[in-house]
Design a protein around this ligand. Structure first.
Ligand SMILES: [Zn+2]
Length: 348
């Protein structure tokens, strides 16, 4: 473990220690290996779509294979289908007046996708490759942001929206290229980066499928709400639908040296609006939950998703197949100032 000191100011880590995390399969996995994914890279993640040096693209290959698997899983395609075809009427309750533009919701259909619907959305995703470019942006490192998607006004998508630029935080590439990681740390970083890429692709689908006014182009985006979500953030809604929450590096350490956590979304989160951007809409008719639960991500699962056997599992082709295991964690009381540790609610 490279981390210099135990970050006791982190609400989760302040209650646990190295031994607890190690004993609960969150850190170093015995016999960890780099996995055996050999699947094709999705056209969205092709070489020509990455505006980075060749050696950086090579470092990304295992991550891109994993991201390609996640992006085309039944659960992801189900979410993307809802985003493209499940749009509902404009939200009332003064939302349009408050945010200066119409606010939509979108819902998944009640029945599983038919093979034709799956193929249609799958093909739309492949075709999106000509409308998206990936870049690295060092500013994201300063902002402690994993990725950011903005509309590309030069490219109009047939669905009526725009193409996108997807910026990713180069710190992950730096870590993966550094050669100082344990195998377990490398697997965790690859998973976080793969999820980040799929999160940002979800925003790109939103940009393509939802036409905007000319003055909305750029980082200022107002996205639709998924079902009864209190906040509108497409990438987070995607992660919650597919994995059962947001998977993040513990204590926001980009080298993932303390392991990974998952927490349901939106929970008690508040919207983050970039300076100069239009405010992220909030549904005030939906209450903030009283509690949030944060779980450790087991390394056995992180290892499994890097294996061909995991993805070849026929039973996996269900919408819930990518839900992360939630066995060890603890519950927080949500307050105006964020999470408060609740004594006695460690879950194992
Ligand atoms: Zn996002």
């Amino acid at each position: 473990m490279d981390c210099q000191s135990w970050p006791v100011n982190d609400i989760f880590l302040s209650k646990f220690n190295y031994l607890f995390l190690q004993d609960h399969d969150a850190l170093e996995l015995n016999g960890a290996n780099l996995g055996d994914l050999t699947n094709d890279i999705h056209p969205l993640f092709s070489r020509e779509n990455f505006l980075v040096f060749d050696e950086k693209y090579q470092v990304l290959m295992p991550t891109l294979r994993l991201a390609s698997r996640i992006l085309t899983d039944m659960s992801s395609i189900t979410f993307f289908h809802a985003l493209i075809y499940g749009r509902n009427d404009i939200l009332g309750g003064g939302m349009t007046e408050t945010y200066g533009r119409p606010c939509f919701t979108f819902n998944r259909q009640e029945t599983p996708l038919t093979p034709l619907q799956f193929k249609d959305t799958f093909d739309t995703l492949e075709n999106l490759a000509s409308f998206v470019k990936f870049r690295t942006n060092p500013l994201l490192t300063t902002m402690n942001s994993w990725g950011c998607t903005s509309g590309n006004a030069d490219i109009v998508h047939p669905m009526g929206g725009l193409g996108s630029y997807i910026d990713i935080n180069p710190i992950f590439l730096y870590h993966l290229g550094s050669g100082r990681l344990s195998v377990s740390e490398r697997l965790r970083i690859q998973l976080i980066l793969a999820i980040t890429l799929c999160h940002e692709c979800t925003h790109a689908i939103g940009f393509a499928a939802y036409p905007r006014d000319p003055d909305e182009i750029g980082a200022a985006i107002v996205e639709p709400f998924f079902e009864n979500h209190r906040l509108a953030e497409l990438g987070s809604a995607f992660e919650d639908f597919v994995f059962g929450g947001i998977i993040d590096p513990m204590a926001e350490q980009t080298d993932c040296c303390y392991g990974l956590i998952i927490e349901g979304w939106p929970g008690n989160r508040v919207p983050v609006t970039r300076e100069g951007a239009v405010p992220v809409p909030v549904r005030t008719d939906i209450p903030v939950p009283a509690f949030s639960t944060r779980y450790l991500i087991p390394m056995t699962w992180v290892q499994a998703v890097h294996s061909t056997a995991f993805w070849d599992d026929v039973a996996r082709l269900k919408e819930t197949s990518l839900k992360a295991p939630t066995t060890t964690g603890y519950r927080f009381v949500n307050s105006d100032s964020g999470h408060i540790y609740e004594e006695g609610y460690v879950l194992e």
